[in-house]
Design a protein around this ligand. Structure first.
Ligand SMILES: [Zn+2]
Length: 612
């Protein structure tokens, strides 16, 4: 009854919202609404499902084809993921040649058995991890169609992220397990074959029913709707669990406004529920034991603190639930949840949990195309989680130190490729991961150096508010930061994202000149940057000369904790040297230093300081 009355209004609202978004940005986004009914056989590890997908084409284009991802087909000998994993120069140890050795009952598969659009059968062809669909009738602009599919899958032995029977004995880590419509945006279709890397989904509502052996405890994306039936801690306070007859239970999950749906299941899971004051419920699911119980008990205090910290600094977490679930390999982010391996020391468990949780902001809610902008997800997540860990777990004087260290090593190695490289197509795993995680984190910390830390912090909140649920790209981010700072920042994006040019500034000479002092700086690296030059005197005081780039068309606001600015002078990027006159006697100077805050990603820092 409630649903029926509210739906037309909601539809109208969403339509108006889509139009408003288009008018503002010239962009559109597709919409999905999934209903799935799945039956899992825990003996054969196979499942069958029926999927009803309402697909709305908000684009100005007529679509004659659509594409689904069938990720589980990657876990077969000879697949693109198998070949790529074996032939890349620096293989991922988690994968290596393991896919090539899978037996028939260990491989993964996901096949469409039938597919109809608006009740009429359509032609489809499975090309490994992509289902290519030729439509009998096109999907017109601003129209909604219904796809109905019957599918069948087999859960692979856990190799990477998803799968059954992982290293810690978790039976099912069910991520990327269902036929998932590929995204179509202003850059066209994104039907990338799965080789083990990044994801990009469409927002919508998920209604998922999973029927499985009664002994299994489930967790994942979405709210459990029939807690009084399934029990296992999902029942409401005072509910008497009335489990239906038979050997199976049907779990009913709903997840509004997410772009993916993950679930995990094991008969041994312990389910802890933590209610936060702001109405968010945190769920922890893990297999109790010597290597888990104590630390997962302690984790109960950390997860809520991290949600609060991240909401305060990066925008309010928009869902009423977050689930931390033992499963997968390492850690992986999903909508409203994460799968992490659980047999860890407390610092490691907390670190991985906080990292995957921080993804909720960048992967979950902003959801930039991760293949094209992996650094805007992994890098910003690393940045946010480093700050959160330092604040709530282990205080650190420089939480971003290891990100800078990783980036410097990569930049000097000769193996660096631009951040704009498609994630699947980096030559090396190491070049991808250091670029995405470390250089992406450096991008934000260094942006604080360019526009001021507080301006950057305000900018991050504005970025979230402006672009939540809208798939921002790098231009969108830079425009927000330009508006917040009043500075031109296109050059920062073009050098740091689209090239591998590096930063190296030095102090060439400091010499007396009558009663004054002349300081000559030089730009040795190819990437130009603004310079904070700090002069410390023998009396212990210090002052700053600020040299913004002329192309910034302005200056950053004064930063807390920095010495007073006595002089500002723009430095044109064409000039490789700059000479300044300081109206102080040479003999009073103790030291001259470029960026004592160490936020400038200067590859050679020996030439950044002169001491007398
Ligand atoms: Zn991550």
């Amino acid at each position: 009854m409630f649903n029926r009355t509210i739906k037309p209004f909601l539809g109208l609202f969403l339509f108006a919202f889509a139009l408003a978004a288009e008018a503002q940005t010239g962009r559109f986004q597709q919409a999905v609404d999934y209903k799935m009914d799945v039956k899992m056989d825990v003996q054969t590890n196979q499942y069958t499902g029926v999927q009803e997908l309402q697909y709305t084409n908000n684009s100005p284009d007529t679509l004659k084809r659509v594409f689904y991802h069938l990720y589980f087909n990657a876990f077969q000998p000879g697949s693109m993921m198998d070949v790529r994993s074996r032939t890349i120069a620096d293989p991922d140890r988690r994968v290596g040649d393991r896919i090539s050795k899978l037996k028939p009952d260990e491989i993964g598969f996901l096949h469409a058995k039938s597919l109809k659009m608006n009740g009429k059968p359509v032609k489809f062809k499975e090309v490994e991890t992509i289902l290519e669909v030729d439509l009998a009738e096109p999907v017109l602009p601003n129209s909604t169609v219904t796809f109905e599919m019957e599918f069948q899958g087999q859960v692979p032995l856990q190799i990477r992220r998803s799968g059954r029977d992982n290293a810690e004995g978790v039976r099912y880590s069910m991520s990327q397990w269902y036929p998932k419509m590929a995204n179509y945006d202003e850059q066209g279709w994104h039907a990338n074959p799965y080789i083990g890397r990044e994801f990009y989904g469409i927002w919508g509502d998920f209604d998922v029913k999973i029927t499985i052996d009664k002994s299994y405890v489930l967790g994942g994306t979405g709210y459990v709707k029939n807690g009084a039936e399934v029990g296992y801690g999902y029942e409401g306070e005072g509910d008497k669990v009335a489990s239906p007859k038979g050997n199976t239970l049907t779990w009913h999950f709903v997840a509004p406004k997410v772009h993916d749906f993950m679930w995990a299941a094991d008969p041994k899971y312990k389910h802890d529920k933590i209610e936060m004051a702001n109405g968010i419920t945190v769920h922890h699911l893990y297999i109790p034991g010597e290597k888990t119980s104590e630390n997962w008990e302690k984790l109960k205090a950390i997860t809520p603190k991290a949600i609060e910290y991240l909401s305060k600094h990066f925008g309010q977490y928009p869902y009423k639930q977050f689930s931390v679930i033992q499963g997968g390999d390492g850690g992986m982010e999903y909508a409203m949840s994460t799968l992490i391996t659980g047999e860890r020391s407390l610092p490691s468990l907390a670190g991985v949990m906080v990292h995957e949780l921080a993804h909720s902001w960048f992967h979950g809610v902003l959801a930039s195309n991760e293949s094209l902008y992996s650094w805007m997800d992994e890098g910003f997540t690393s940045y946010a989680s480093s700050l959160a860990m330092s604040e709530i777990f282990q205080p650190s004087a420089n939480p971003l130190r290891s990100s800078y260290g990783g980036y410097y090593k990569l930049a000097k190695s000769g193996a660096e490729e631009p951040l704009s490289t498609h994630a699947d197509h980096y030559n090396l795993n190491s070049a991808y991961s250091t670029s995405a995680y470390s250089k992406g984190a450096v991008f934000l910390e260094q942006l604080g150096y360019v526009i001021g830390a507080e301006t950057r912090d305000r900018g991050m909140l504005r970025y979230f508010d402006t672009w939540k649920f809208r798939h921002p790209n790098v231009n969108d981010l830079i425009r927000v930061m330009e508006k917040e700072s009043g500075l031109e920042l296109d050059w920062y994006k073009e050098y740091f994202v689209y090239t591998t040019k590096t930063i190296n500034y030095g102090i060439k000479e400091v010499r007396p000149s009558a009663d004054n002092t002349e300081i000559t700086l030089e730009r040795i690296g190819l990437m130009p940057m603004p310079i904070d030059l700090v002069i410390t005197y023998k009396d212990g005081t210090s002052e700053m000369i600020y040299l913004p780039l002329a192309i910034m068309r302005g200056e950053k606001e004064a930063e807390k904790g920095m010495p007073e600015r006595i002089h500002t002078e723009a430095w044109p990027w064409t000039n490789t040297t700059k000479t300044l006159v300081l109206t102080r006697d040479f003999r009073t100077i103790k030291s001259v230093e470029i960026d004592p805050s160490k936020r400038l990603a200067d590859l050679e820092q020996e030439n950044n300081k002169v001491e007398f």
